[in-house]
Design a protein around this ligand. Structure first.
Ligand code: ADP
Ligand code: ADP
Ligand code: MG
Length: 450
């Protein structure tokens, strides 16, 4: 096992990883930007070092500063969390070259799955159903031809996109060329890669994803699924496990996910995302080669600590359990708590937390890096915490989440807890049958009143 790990991230996920290290007797090293000297992850870690300015490119994306520090502090491994460098194959490669273990899959696997168009092709060849669509497009003539073949509405997607960015909806043929040109320019700008591909726009669908763990000894297990259909602008707001899908679909999805893991040569914790049409058909969407924001709901229903297993697998340990040992028990829901005002176009909010009260009671978990008196810097993601509950049934979990959201008090900044409460109270959410277009439609129809 490692004796010292560098955590190359900030916020709640850095805290999450540092906690796992502490429980495992591993020394943790935090890195932080000039804007984060008072951050919780820095005070919880055994050591902390400032590595640059507030802009991510100067600090949390500063590969050479992070590698240099890992070497100077004699860390054997780096945990990248999610976001920032977590899916950067060049960074994983740099770690490998410097004899530091990157806690995640090998760099070539990240590269293979990071190109979403190429990943689709790999999965198609492996016999996993993919969404009708195109390969990477080379020119406008091919693009137009492919678009006509697939039919409208369709999506133009950046091959290197992520986090809900780089996706464009085209409703009809007349809009296509203009949207295509704009997408290529946008992708080049945002991801440094102008490659795009097309996908048929499927609706109504559920976003269902399967958590997998693969060790270095050929063992692969599926840890159930999550329903992440409560989305706004293709970004998840609420996640739950298990999903309201037939047992037969769950089993087939698990089998497909093992095929995906094998085809990808996967190692560590990963997530296979699918769209499910409610009629027994599901389609591969993408693979995320990292720990996911919503991993806690899986931890609650499986009793598997995903971060600890990421670390153990990276250190070469075999998985200590098999598929037969995994059964989903109870129901878990996560609400993302964002510093934003849902009643003013979701504009981001920053500033000092004047008062904080965190809900408690049995099976209530709040993963966060905020504390009373903490000032949220304006430079980073607006997610400031994740409220997670666990109960025997879905109905009980919803009631528990509502109570917990009512109890949560964060004063001094704007946040979305009341808004989350409204979503949980909506008929669609309560029915469990909601699809990815539910939240936007509900917002558009004035589903929430304030
Ligand atoms: P998850 O896929 O884990 O549910 P998100 O899609 O919200 O969660 O992504 C997790 C974090 O990583 C977010 O902060 C998001 O902004 C960031 N992220 C994901 N993919 C990328 C990417 N390709 N480029 C930049 N940031 C990304
Ligand atoms: P990201 O890399 O940003 O996570 P994804 O390809 O996973 O992008 O898509 C994000 C979300 O966009 C999905 O969860 C889904 O809601 C929506 N989406 C993506 N592709 C399609 C599609 N072909 N049809 C309908 N919705 C889609
Ligand atoms: Mg995705």
């Amino acid at each position: 096992m490692f004796s010292k790990i560098l955590v190359a991230n900030r916020g709640e996920i850095a805290v999450r990883v540092i906690r796992a290290c502490k429980e495992m007797g591993i020394t943790s090293v935090a890195v932080f930007s000039e804007a984060d000297k008072d951050a919780l992850h820095v005070s919880l870690a055994d050591e902390g070092y400032c590595i640059g300015g507030p802009a991510p490119r100067d600090s949390y994306l500063n590969m050479s500063a992070i590698i240099t520090l890992a070497r100077a502090t004699e860390c054997e491994a780096i945990h990248p969390g999610y976001g920032f460098l977590a899916e950067n194959h060049r960074f994983a490669r740099l770690c490998e070259e410097h004899g530091i273990v990157f806690i995640g899959p090998p760099s070539e696997v990240i590269k293979r799955m990071g190109d979403k168009a190429a990943a689709r092709e790999t999965m198609r060849q492996a016999g996993v159903p993919v969404i009708p669509g195109s390969d990477t497009l080379r020119d406008i003539a091919t693009a137009r031809h492919e678009a006509e073949r697939i039919g409208f509405p369709l999506l133009i997607k950046a091959s290197s996109g992520g986090g809900g960015r780089g996706i464009r909806l085209v409703r009809e043929a007349g809009e296509f060329e203009r949207q295509y040109t704009a997408s290529v320019a946008e992708a080049r700008n945002a991801f440094g890669d102008g490659s795009v591909y097309l996908e048929k726009y499927l609706r109504p669908v559920k976003h269902i994803e399967v958590q997998i763990l693969a060790d270095n000894h050929g063992h692969i297990v599926c840890l159930g699924e999550r329903d992440c259909s409560a989305q706004r602008k293709n970004q998840k707001m609420i996640e739950e496990s298990p999903a309201a899908i037939p047992e037969k679909v769950r089993r087939r999805m698990a089998e497909a996910s093992v095929m995906v893991a094998v085809a990808a040569g996967y190692r560590g914790a990963g997530t296979v995302e699918y769209l499910y049409d409610g009629a027994g058909n599901f389609y591969f969407l993408e693979m995320n080669t990292r720990l996911q924001v919503e991993h806690p709901v899986t931890e609650m229903v499986t009793w598997v600590d995903l971060v600890k297993w990421q670390i153990r697998i990276a250190a070469g340990s075999p998985l200590g359990f098999s598929q037969d040992n995994i059964s989903l028990m109870g129901h878990s829901i996560e609400c993302r708590i964002n510093a934003e005002n849902p009643y003013r176009s979701f504009r981001p909010s920053s500033g000092r937390i004047e008062m904080l009260h965190v809900p408690g009671g049995p099976w209530v978990r709040f993963d966060t890096a905020i504390y009373q008196g903490y000032t949220i810097p304006p430079f980073y993601d607006s997610m400031i915490g994740k409220l997670i509950v666990y109960a025997k049934t879905r109905d009980e979990a919803i009631r528990k989440m509502k109570a917990a959201l009512c109890e949560l008090i964060i004063e001094g900044i704007e946040h979305n807890a009341d808004f989350q409460l409204e979503i949980l109270s909506s008929e669609e959410f309560e029915s469990a049958a909601y699809t990815t277009d539910f939240l936007e439609g509900w917002l558009g129809n004035g589903g929430h009143e304030k």
